[in-house]
Design a protein. Structure first.
Length: 202
């Protein structure tokens, strides 16, 4: 979550977890554009138990008064985003995951528990539509981070970024979901995150 600025123009970036946010932010960290980026928080600071790096709407307006400027964000196919979440978690927590995928009810309980308790602080499992303000400009992760993305940022902010090598990629199945099929997990995800599929046309 950063404020991007050039002259009298300001732009707020709402960072949805696991959607290429570190890359997007890095585009504003070159020598040429260093003056255009301003972090609104320290790395370990929390507000109400939440890391402001991944504030959802309307928290970033309440805490940082960015309502009067345009907002941008990147969204991602909910299933691929979920794979990215789980593969990252699998490197740290493996003892309870298998039981979370035996049914839709177990899946729903798992994601709700992550949202409200274990991953509450970082918003990893928050539905993506909850990050969107009425003035948020939305880019899809699947569209890549090439010249079209560069032009999109310029049209909104007036800032011309220098593209870097992007490492965005489709989620992989390092974790095997206790033997449950990919099709079944995709069904669970679609049912739980149905509004993300509707709002962002996935």
């Amino acid at each position: 979550m950063t404020l991007l600025h050039k002259d009298d123009r300001c732009l707020y970036y709402a960072h949805i977890p696991r959607t290429g946010g570190s890359y997007v932010t890095s585009l504003f960290e070159t020598d040429k554009n260093e003056e255009y980026i301003k972090s609104l928080f320290s790395a370990h600071e929390r507000f109400g138990g939440l890391l402001p790096a991944h504030f959802h709407y309307p928290l970033y307006n309440w805490y940082f008064d960015v309502d009067d400027m345009p907002h941008i964000t990147v969204v991602r196919d909910p299933f691929q985003k979920f794979l990215s979440n789980i593969n990252q978690m699998y490197q740290m927590h493996t003892d309870y995951l298998d039981m979370c995928f035996i049914s839709q009810a177990a899946f729903d309980d798992f994601v709700t528990w992550e949202r409200e308790i274990r991953s509450y602080h970082n918003n990893w499992f928050m539905p993506q539509y909850k990050f969107i303000s009425p003035k948020t400009h939305v880019w899809k992760y699947e569209s890549g981070f090439g010249e079209d993305f560069k032009e999109w940022i310029y049209d909104i902010s007036g800032v011309e970024v220098e593209l870097k090598e992007s490492h965005h990629q489709k989620g992989s199945r390092d974790y095997k979901f206790g033997g449950v099929s990919e099709e079944k997990i995709a069904e669970y995800v679609r049912n739980y995150y149905n509004k993300d599929y509707e709002v962002f046309d996935y």
